[in-house]
Design a protein around this ligand. Structure first.
Ligand SMILES: NC(=O)C1=CN([C@@H]2O[C@H](COP(=O)(O)OP(=O)(O)OC[C@H]3O[C@@H](n4cnc5c(N)ncnc54)[C@H](OP(=O)(O)O)[C@@H]3O)[C@@H](O)[C@H]2O)C=CC1
Ligand SMILES: O=C(CO)COP(=O)(O)O
Length: 331
């Protein structure tokens, strides 16, 4: 039995807390709002983000970060990417001794700071680091439906130790040493889910959706090649697996956001209606900037960014993609 601090009490933090509690661990589930966490502690349910699941006694909701991490053997971060760096900075002053840090956040650090492991490494030197990612809707995981996912760390011992905490007969965790590939797959698929959502919102058909998924995967692989990701990772669970999931199922908030944009709604209205984090809306600008800086061709991601920056209307963005000069599929 381990004591695990789960930081982020949204749908994903809560679902992963349920998996860890099911596996016999003691969880401090931290959220930033004292009122919300007090109600959660009292009612034993995360009413806003995961209303169908009862929280077992092994999960203690709390809003005191210092208390949550005080005796933790492991810290799991599941906050939105926009706030990941700030939380790592806070942890740097809160954690008394370095403990393994694993994050389930999908995205890139804000303001061009790149992949999340770079941020975590800089803020928390000496802490063993890992990332958990793959095709995994929170509601299905929380309901105990079969899920396969990847846990990556540069250190094999850390990967194996952390995998053992999560892995069970309903939550199959594969290990990997490719932190870059696993993070890139999880970050870029959100932007591509917005793209396929836009296409569906515009009334395009199944051909366009399959085309966007496949050419989107080509974009991730090109970026991955530049950043030293293993190509197999990007065709595995954290790459293609999550891309397929999020681009094709309406549980995806990124996909639903894109559908709303394609139907002519504003980004603000769409985000408000969804009422949960839409990571791709933040990540699009970071991916577009990274692609530009590294001179990696990522036209679909660039067009999603252009739509979100209100430089191009959704139907114009789609036409611009189709009007590009013919080229070889692979080069
Ligand atoms: N949901 C899913 O199926 C999956 C999500 N993920 C990833 O997990 C991460 C978290 O997403 P998810 O849980 O779904 O998001 P949700 O929208 O369900 O919840 C967001 C949570 O983050 C909290 N939050 C927002 N801003 C801050 C902040 N500045 N400091 C602390 N907490 C904050 C919110 O608190 P408040 O309510 O107070 O605003 C809320 O608890 C994302 O990167 C997402 O891509 C990965 C796999 C699956
Ligand atoms: O990452 C996810 C599933 O793997 C969740 O996707 P959304 O954030 O688009 O809902």
């Amino acid at each position: 039995m381990k004591r695990i601090a789960v930081l982020g009490a949204g749908s994903w933090g809560t679902a992963l807390a349920l998996v860890l509690a099911r596996n016999g661990h003691e969880i401090c589930l931290w959220g930033r709002s004292e009122d919300t966490m007090a109600i959660m502690r009292e009612n034993r349910v995360n009413a806003r983000y995961l209303p169908d699941q009862v929280l077992p006694p092994a999960i203690t909701p709390m809003a005191d970060l210092t208390a949550a991490v005080k005796n933790a053997d492991v810290v799991l971060i599941a906050v939105p990417s926009a706030t990941f760096a700030e939380l790592c900075q806070t942890l740097a002053t809160t954690l008394v001794t370095p403990v393994p840090i694993v994050w389930a956040t999908k995205g890139l650090a804000a303001n061009g700071h790149g992949l999340l492991h770079e941020v975590a490494q800089a803020a928390l030197p000496g802490a063993p680091l890992a990332v958990l990612s793959g095709p995994s809707f929170a509601a299905e995981v929380a309901a105990g439906l079969p899920t396969a996912i990847v846990l990556a760390s540069h250190d094999a011992k850390t990967a194996n130790q952390l995998t053992a905490l999560f892995h069970d007969e309903r939550f199959r965790v594969y290990t990997s040493n490719d932190m870059v590939g696993v993070q890139l797959g999880g970050a870029v698929k959100n932007v591509l889910a917005i793209a396929t959502g836009i296409a569906d919102g515009l009334g395009f058909g199944a051909n366009a959706r399959a085309g966007l998924i496949t050419r989107g995967l080509a974009e991730v692989r090109r970026l991955g090649a530049h950043l030293g990701a293993q190509d197999a990772t990007l065709t595995g669970l954290a790459g293609m697996g999550d891309l397929i999931l999020t681009c094709t199922d309406d549980q995806s908030r990124n996909r639903r956001f894109g559908i709303a944009l394609g139907r002519g709604e504003s980004a603000n209205d769409a985000a408000e209606q969804i009422g949960q984090v839409v990571e791709g809306a933040f990540t699009a600008a970071e991916v577009a900037e990274m692609a530009h800086r590294l001179a990696v061709e990522m036209p679909i991601c660039q067009q999603v960014h252009a739509v979100l920056s209100q430089r191009v209307a959704p139907h114009t963005a789609a036409q611009l993609l189709m009007d590009r000069a013919p080229r070889a599929e692979f080069n």
